[in-house]
Ligand binder design. Sequence first.
Ligand SMILES: [Zn+2]
Length: 166
Amino acid sequence: MTSHSPRFRIGNGYDIHRLKKGRDLIIGGVKLEHPNNLGLDGHSDADVLSHSIMDALLGALSLGDIGKYFPPSDNKWKNADSLILLSKVVELIKNKRWIINNIDSVIVAERPKFLPHIDSMKDNISKVIGLERDLIGIKATTNETLGPEGREEGISCHSVVLLEKE
Ligand SMILES: [Zn+2]
């Protein structure tokens, strides 16, 4: 095998959490109100957007996934603020001398309406990553009532990131 040191690496991340009564609905560090008072269930705050971005960042450098760094078996991460977990992953990427070029994410959820909150989510992610807001794409789509997202059993998120060698 010939050695190859790419200047760019792409990463892909996916996450899904169950919707449940009695839990907060926190996405991109923003607390949303669900019309049926549903929130996302999980060990941490279950922020699917932050989690999928973390997995995309780790995946780009073949560093495994978030379960490896923040195992649910570790009580330290119980109800953890996922923006803090994201900041730890960003630190890891920067320590390896990679620059986060841009991020693009899509949240899959029937409700609530995301549009009024997208800018706040971008602001939160932008601050944590140290990346200009227009280099962060956050979109939301319904699943046309199909599948677990469509039946409001859960909310999922897909993210891609592009890293560039410093
Ligand atoms: Zn997650």
